[in-house]
Each structure stands twice: as C-alpha cells, then as structure tokens.
Design a protein around this ligand. Sequence first.
Ligand code: PHB
Length: 387
Amino acid sequence: MKTTLIALAAALTLAAPLAQAQGSSGKLKIGLMLPSSGTYAALGTAIENGFKLYVAEHGGKLGGRELEYVSVDDESDPSKATDNVNKLVKRDKVDVLIGTVHSGVAMGMAKVAKDSGTLLIVPNAGADAVTGPMCAVNIFRSSFSNWQPGYAMGEAMAKKGIKTAVSITWKYAAGDESVKGFKEAFEKGGGKVVKELTVPFPGVEFQALLTEIAATKPGAVYTFFAGGGAVKFVKDYAAAGLKKSIPLYGAGFLTDGTLDAQGAAADGLVTALHYGDGLTVPRDASFRLAYAKTYKLQPDVYAVQGYDAAQILGIGLAAVKGDVSKKAEFAAAVQKAKIDSPRGAFSLSRSHNPVQDIYLRQVVGKENKVIGVASKALADPARGCRM
Ligand code: PHB
C-alpha cells in the first residue's frame, strides 16, 4: 500500500511539469481564417504572405515554438463564420486564430475567441465592435478600426473647404462604420453629408447610384470599397465622367493593392490610410525588399498588417516563453511594446487597437504616394470597451 502511494506520488510529481510544459512546447498551431475566394481573395493572400514572411525571418519559430498552420477559406461570408471558426477551435484545437478581412466574419470570430479564450489577432477587419464592446484580454488587432481612416479623411476634406458630400459604400459593418467616422469629422469641421448611398455586399451594380450622384452634384464623394469591388467602382466612376466634376475621396483601401487593375481611372485620387508609398521608414525599406524577393510582388497595406500580426504574436509569445495560456502576461507585454511596423512604429491602445498615423496619399502612376499626415497618432475611441 505504502509503496503504491509513494509510486503514485512520484508519478504525479513527474507528470506535473510535463503537463505544464505542454502549453509551451511542441508545435504552435495557427488557425488561419482568411478569404481565398470572392472579392477579398487577394487581400487574404497578401495577409498570409506578410505573416509568413515575418515567421520565415525568424527561422519558422516564434517564442521558441515552431509554427504549423490549419487554413480555412472563410469566403467573406458572415453566415458561415461561426461554423468555420468552431472547426478551427473545437476540431483542430488551434492555439491561435489569425483572421480575417471581412468585418462581419471577424465579429463571429471575436465572439468565439471571447467565449473560448482562444488568442485572436485580427490582421484586417475594422469592425469597431472588435476593439469596442467585444474587446477582451485575448483579442488584438494589427490593422485599424473602420472609424480611423474614415475620421481622418473627413477631417482632411473639411479642412480643404469642401461643404457637401455624398457617401457611397457596401451595406455592412465596414461600409457603415467607415462612413460614420467620416461623417463625424466632416460635419464637426463644418461639412454636411447630404446623401448616404449603399449597395449590398459584394455587389458591383453602381450605375443607378452614379446617376444619382451626378444629379445631386455634391462638392465631393466619400467612399469605402476594397478589393475587386474597389477596382470596379473606380473604373465605373471615371467611365461615368464624374471624376473631373465631383472629386472622389475614400478610405485608402479604395486604391491599395488595386492600382494595376484600375489603371488610369485611379490617377490622382486622394485617400487616407495607415500605409502608403514613399514612406521614409527604415523598416519599410527592408520589408519591401524582402517581400518583393520572396513573392515577386510589391506589398500593400494588407501584407503589412499580416506581417505585424506575426510581430505582435512574436512579442507576446516571447514574454510567455511560448505558453499561450498566460493571457494576462501576453497582453501586458504586447501593450507595452512599440511595434516596429513598415507603416512606422505604433503601439496598441488599452482596447488592443493600433494608435497610428493616418496618411494622406495620392495616386501617381502605380503608387499611393504619401503627401502628408491626415491625423497623427489617431486612437480609435473604443466606445463600449470595458476591460
Ligand atoms: C472590413 O470588412 O472590415 C474590411 C474589408 C476590406 C478592407 C477593409 C475593411 O480593405
């Protein structure tokens, strides 16, 4: 009896450190939930490329752990979001979730991350709620909130003396919130949004609305479109002959990663975003070289956000020696870090959203040339975040 107890005690003593170590050894499973089909497919690819570039620069390891990936094409379809993310969390038992592009899908991911406690880093989707009412110790964003570029552009347009604007966007969280941020600043600066037009996501039937814009004759148009939809919108706007009479502005996604396909239709457009061409940031120069060499492509804002998602993960993991279960320590390390991003160094706010400069850019040839800073160190108001 006594020997059995001693043996049991010995076994337990041996087992305890083993069990503890399991959280921080072996491969770290990354659930990549991004679109690889639909209007945002190219954005998903750029994010994955950026993420994997950072990991490769660190020998395939972060926080001392080798990474392995499980990927899901989320199709930018919010109705499939919960099922898709549950597959990663419950079936594949991933340690970390990285995703996604579409705000509606990201809100589904954030809900599951919050409920399950799985670490989530959002490398694009701007849904204000993710770092607002849904904010949590284990949820981070390497990109922006929808409010941020909209607000900065609204401020800049009011400063230019534009008095009236029509907004046009997709009818879903990203479009609604981008316009809301724009309107808040534009109207604070003395402008008036006279009409808010929308099309269902991911529709590209713009003709009737372009006719309505022409008839309304506002001082300018503000828009949020991205990916394939942005290519079509910019071309249709120019083809309708509106470009010269009614200046088109937007959140910078309108012209990021899209210029090859937009051609001359995009020439001269002014947008606001947290990245651009011609920055004099040393990290940007090395990042661009490495990205171009690896993928034979020029990086865009999405590639930067993917790269920085990996940086954030690396900073947190180093602090907890690879043990993702130490959420408070992970968050504390990330929050006091300066993220050495190609966009320029930034830090995360209390709600885990980047506090960052929003640049004004103008399309010149195939570049979004930075022509100024629309808003310095802009922090999302994080309305509704209790943490
Ligand atoms: C979003 O749905 O939040 C979204 C999608 C594409 C972008 C930006 C934001 O380029």
